[in-house]
Design a protein around this ligand. Structure first.
Ligand code: SAM
Length: 257
């Protein structure tokens, strides 16, 4: 397996889960950005029902819960992440209204028009932005909100190397105006979009991985799949530093009509 062009979907899921279990976040973001995205959403009451899809271990969910009074369900495909999520909810004394459940974002365990807010940071790409917007809308109440962060191009054109990387990793990446148009076409009023600042990648995502990588490599000494995975993460970080003016994560906030 070549280190330079392997994307995450080619690696052993057990290893990926273990690697990311040791990190507070499993994708780029920050508490400030979660709070900023929430500021575009009308105030929710204690009865509000919120779902955080692809919640991972809940880094952003706990921040969300500390800034809004509703009932929050975090949903993720991986039981290891959900165990850690529920431990985190307890740690922050949020367990009465923040619960993690194992499930798929492609088959949501909610009723039609049950939710006031759907949240998803760096995770909708797993089923694709347009599909996620379309399918998740059925679970939102009329007037409910959706807030998702998603990989996006900042410019119309970009160097071939980074274009090729993303076409392999996630061909659904698109420009901000195109993503906003997709949101409108899916039946949401596009309320806001904003680019996540660089510190969401450098300080909150890549920096904590440095120590985690050393421990992971020590625990899996001689395991080529583990070595390839770490090499891949380091390669992605290099690409980000080289091409961060051309792409990044963008928060998109929409309101169901
Ligand atoms: N939201 C977290 C954050 O920002 O730290 C995690 C983001 S991580 C890049 C993507 C998450 O999506 C992972 O936790 C992964 O387990 C989850 N995931 C992948 N496919 C999924 C699916 N079909 N249904 C639910 N969760 C899924």
């Amino acid at each position: 397996m070549s280190n330079d062009n392997s994307s995450i979907h080619e690696f052993d899921l057990g290893l990926i889960c273990e690697y990311f279990s040791h990190l507070e976040r499993q994708g780029p973001g920050s508490p400030e950005v979660t709070i900023k995205a929430l500021s575009f959403i009308e105030k929710l009451g204690e009865e509000a029902k919120i779902a955080d899809l692809g919640c991972g271990t809940g880094g952003q969910t706990m921040v969300l819960a500390q800034h809004t009074p509703g009932q929050i369900k975090g949903l993720d495909l991986f039981p290891t992440f959900i165990d850690l999520f529920n431990k985190n909810a307890q740690k922050y004394l949020l367990q009465k209204r923040v619960k993690g459940i194992v499930g798929s974002m492609a088959e949501l365990p909610f009723h039609a028009e049950e939710l006031d807010l759907i949240w998803s940071e760096g995770a909708i790409y797993n089923i694709g932005f347009e599909r996620g917007l379309r399918e998740w809308k059925a679970y939102l109440k009329p007037g409910g909100y959706l807030a998702v962060s998603e990989a996006s191009w900042f410019t119309e054109e970009r160097p071939q190397e980074i274009h090729d990387f993303w076409m392999d990793a996630y061909p659904g990446i698109d420009t901000i105006p195109n993503k906003m148009a997709q949101m409108q076409q899916a039946g949401y009023v596009p309320v806001a979009s904003f680019i996540l600042p660089e510190n969401c990648w450098l300080e909150h995502f890549y920096k904590p991985q440095v120590g985690a990588q050393q421990t992971f490599l020590k625990n899996h000494a001689g395991n080529t799949a583990a070595e390839d995975f770490v090499a891949n993460q380091r390669h992605e970080e290099k690409l980000y530093n080289k091409y961060k003016h051309f792409y990044g994560y963008v928060f998109y906030i929409g309101k169901k009509i």
